[in-house]
Design a protein around this ligand. Sequence first.
Ligand code: C5P
Ligand code: MG
Length: 188
Amino acid sequence: MKNFILFGPPGAGKGTQSEQLIAKYHLIHLSTGDILRAERKEGTPLGQKANEYISKGELVPDEVVIEMVANKINENLDAIGFIFDGFPRTVTQGNALDDMLNKLGHPITKMLALEVDEDELTKRLLLRGETSGRADDQEEATIRNRFKVYNDETLPLKEFYRVQGKYNGVNGMNSIETVFGELCALLD
Ligand code: C5P
Ligand code: MG
């Protein structure tokens, strides 16, 4: 099992690149945002609780997402590997993920970090909001709060994986094809 984190701020292209990567490498795409939105769509208690956070651009509490990820990993123990998209979001989540994967004997291989500046991210999110129906991509105040949460809570994970020798930065301002090529070079 080979496990990768596709890291980056909202709008960096994690979902887009994940789709292409799983098609090529047959990894499992574990997107916590997608799972939370699916739960919300089904109106489950978890989905209803998550919606309070998602609509404000806040993070769902660590223990909730950690349990979700643990379940998904345990349901797919025969997988070739996972691409974690949108998780971990906090250092607490990073430690929990390391614990889970170390117990399985399959720690994170690499963190692939997409680097995109905030002006470009804002443009992309507002454009996506026109078609995705995602309310959190339509309100500029919510988008700004998502960047703030990212900078305060999520960005420290770069250092967390850098000290483990696992951090790899990729310029996410480039075209989808160029970024995909660089990610493949890191995965091969
Ligand atoms: O990862 P994505 O950008 O799709 O996440 C959308 C929203 O889902 C986040 O802004 C946040 O409210 C919630 N989320 C979370 N914790 C995660 C992943 C997503 O709270 N690990
Ligand atoms: Mg996404």
